[in-house]
Design a protein around this ligand. Sequence first.
Ligand code: ADP
Ligand code: MG
Length: 235
Amino acid sequence: MNALELTDVGFTYGPRPALDGVGFALAPGSFNALLGPNGAGKSTLIALLTRLYDLQRGEIAVFGHSLRREPRKALAQLGVVFQQSTLDLDLSVEQNLRYHAALHGLPGKLATLRIERELERQQLTPRRRDKVRLLNGGHRRRVEIARALLHEPRLLLLDEASAGLDPASRNGLNRHVRQLCREQGVTVLWTTHLLDELQPTDHLLVLQNGRLAADGAAASLGEGGVAAAFERLTA
Ligand code: ADP
Ligand code: MG
């Protein structure tokens, strides 16, 4: 069973479609890079996956659960880090997590256990009582990842999670998410417009003007590798 399956997905805000006939599948436990220049439709895709917007055309299934027919089951499998941060800067790291756990109806003791575990995994335990405002961008993103994983989703969506970070934090975050994927078996959809965050073994999806321009192993894109292919595809 696929972790995520899109069939002929279309969405339009105005006259020009933001997504047009997009279809692809992600294997469980895989690291997938969704690459595309600004305006390609990446965030719109995330918005459809999280049901921020209703599907206008096509089908989406998360671990076999249709987003239309079984939205609760589908959404339960999803963890999301949105492009715009949604942390409360004046609450501590732990308070942000606790608030989210309550929102998801996790009972107190279970919430405490999960929060401890995620803080540990994201190497945030020493910062747990700090207000988020005091954290650098990379650490803030880690808080969002911890939060996204509290309800133990099997598919983690990250929308340009590394945008705006300095190169060292960007690298660190990318490595960190790859490790989560490798060691915890979480399926990852990593959205970016930055080529240097890709590795040859990644499953690469290139979105351009709302259409899927490439779908396959990054290494299979031929002569000149990903960089040349991306330039060709989005020229
Ligand atoms: P990306 O995340 O790849 O930069 P988006 O999904 O944000 O792309 O945008 C895809 C297209 O949809 C763009 O042409 C953008 O201008 C348009 N768009 C995005 N959000 C809205 C909106 N709320 N209203 C109208 N058009 C939008
Ligand atoms: Mg975007």
